[in-house]
Design a protein around this ligand. Structure first.
Ligand SMILES: *Cc1c(COP(=O)(O)O)cnc(C)c1O
Length: 382
């Protein structure tokens, strides 16, 4: 031991070997489980487990990404100026109040990091997006999980869970993994009931799948209220999950705090170019929304027709369905059979949903094949 090495304080955690010890709240985190792309025996599957766009990506985005490869030696624009301006122009926002992240996941983490710490509470719903739990625990805050109302958001229960220690409330609308949509009036009621010092994070990863009359007016709320932070992503309807592009909108003060802790060059040059190009092709977005509306509706009807075999569909505003198997043939059996047939879907016993499968709306052929296979399985008819 050299003379300038200090012994740890009495309160610092020690391992028997003297190796570094992670904070106990970090070790309490259950690692994020990504949607599968391969079967347990290594086969590549048709991936309906991560809510990616079955139509792929707009062709104009491919050209923009290729062009961005021309200069790989230079750091990307740290301010993502052109992308912020394109986002602001598309949605009628102030570009100075647009923040960007390596996926909206980064932004969800920033919200907890900037506004909560040990001793503080962070609220989200029971069947909420699993990143909220990780984001809360990562900063040492206490997660407060609120019961659902038939898989949907129970605003009264959320409000009842608020204490003087509450700092952040996360809500996805539509929600993942349930797909449930909380109407505009309920969002407004929730916000009206929250103290103004509590940050309300409205995660709109699936907002573009909603019809105009379903809009929860989240961006308007973020324009008007000092405690609303809306997050969006290019990973879902824009078909750009590989580029990791998220953005958010809030008051200037909230955005200022978040910028202080985001990674300095958190959007690559190709990600910024891809986002701008994608915003420019709203026809692709409309086609994706329409494809989803048609085939989600069709699959929901097919599954509801199996109601007397215990199959139930949770109403969805997103690009997936949560299907409940409450009859003789359970979700695990269906999950395994679909995997044997080459499909990755999402079975979520770890999130308290052993009775359910979350299935992303795929191509027409895949949706039809899945519906036929599920029917055969649960009815026992070949
Ligand atoms: C997919 C998803 C996200 C974000 O994903 P990124 O790829 O990190 O932008 C955020 N919230 C919910 C609810 C999601 O389902």
């Amino acid at each position: 031991m050299t003379s300038d090495q200090k012994t740890p304080s009495d309160t610092a955690p020690r391992s028997p070997t003297g190796a570094p010890v992670a904070k106990d709240w970090i070790m309490a985190i259950a690692p994020y489980v990504p949607g599968k792309a391969k079967s347990d025996d290594g086969r590549t599957l048709i991936k309906l487990s991560a809510n990616e766009n079955p139509l792929g990506t707009s062709p104009v985005v491919r050209d923009a990404v290729r062009d961005a490869l021309a200069d790989l030696a230079t750091y990307p624009d740290p301010s993502a100026t052109a992308l912020r301006e394109a986002i602001a122009a598309t949605h009628g926002l102030d570009p100075a109040r647009v923040i960007y992240g390596t996926g909206s996941d980064e932004l969800l983490h920033l919200a907890a990091s900037a506004f909560a710490g040990p001793g503080d509470e962070i609220i989200y719903v029971k069947y909420g997006f699993s990143v909220y739990d990780i984001a809360a625990r990562r900063v040492g805050a206490t997660p407060v999980v609120v019961a659902d109302r038939d898989y949907g958001t129970d605003v009264d229960a959320l409000l009842a869970a608020v204490t003087e220690r509450t700092r952040v409330v996360y809500l996805a609308n539509p929600n993942n993994p349930t797909g449930t949509f909380t109407p505009r009036a309920e969002i407004a009621r929730l916000l009206d009931g929250l103290r103004p010092d509590i940050l309300f994070v409205l995660d709109q990863a699936y907002a573009e799948y909603l019809s105009d009359d379903e809009d929860d007016h989240g961006l308007q709320l973020a324009m008007d209220r000092a405690n609303v932070f809306v997050t969006r992503t290019f990973s879902k309807i824009y078909g750009l999950a590989a580029e990791r592009i998220g953005w958010g909108y809030a008051s200037a003060a909230v955005i200022d705090a978040l910028h202080r802790i985001r990674a300095p060059f958190n959007l690559t040059t190709s990600a910024q170019a891809a986002g701008i190009a994608a915003l420019g092709d709203q026809r692709f977005v409309e086609q994706s929304r329409e494809h989803n509306r048609v085939w989600r509706g069709w699959l929901a009807e097919q599954m509801e027709a199996l109601g007397n075999h215990g199959v139930r569909v949770v109403p969805s505003g997103a690009n997936f369905l949560l299907i409940l198997f409450e009859g003789a043939v359970g979700a695990e059996t269906v999950y395994t059979a679909l995997m044997d047939a080459g499909y990755a879907t999402r079975w979520l016993p770890g999130q308290g949903l052993p009775q359910a499968l979350r299935i992303t709306i795929g191509t027409e052929a895949h949706v039809k094949d899945i519906a036929a296979r599920v029917r055969t399985l649960v009815t026992g008819e070949g």
